[in-house]
Design a protein. Sequence first.
Length: 235
Amino acid sequence: MSVPRPLRDRLRPPRDRQRGNSLLLALIVMSALATLGSLTVVSTQSSLKTTTNDRSQTIAMYAAESGAAVAMNFLRNHFSSAPGTPYSSWSAYLKQGNANVVSVPTTDIPSNDVLPGLPNNLFSADQRAWFDIQFYNNRNDPLFAAPDGQCDGDGRLIIRTTGHGPQGSVAIIEWEVQRIDYTPGLVPVPGPDGFPVPVQAPAVPVVAFPWTWPAAAALQPTDGVVLVGWHIVSL
């Protein structure tokens, strides 16, 4: 026997109007947690990348400074006043007007421009670092425009070192160094025909230093080179 429709509807239990709210709330909470987790992952990855980049850049800077120190030591051990000429032996490493400057060859500095993992690279393999050294003449040199091999008339030059680190990081620095005991003797002056003629002339002015070399101390070939200026070219 069928129950009349109105009576059947009255026999059903009343519907709970709060039904499903818990599921909706759970979905909202889960969505919020998923978003928060994603933001945390992105933030962590960004921090790790920044830390890695900073480390790589620091290694590149250390490599550049190491190269400059190696170059300065090399210059200390390879200097002479080249008697009878207006230029010093450092001229052998300089180009006329700083044109077409190239890296110092490995025959002079064996560790120069040597990639990681190869013999003569001065850094541990995990550093993945190396340096590239170039020598530039200072623009105030009286022989700045002289031919190649005769460009250093004041015992001063600029060491430019490019340091390389992991992930393609690069740092370029310049050190300006001076041989404090160098006084050129012959100075080129224009001759009657317009060509320079080396003659005895007043010494080319050299930077006045606030110290003097002790007279009692014998000046050795490795002495007398000082750092007079430096700056960071690029990071």
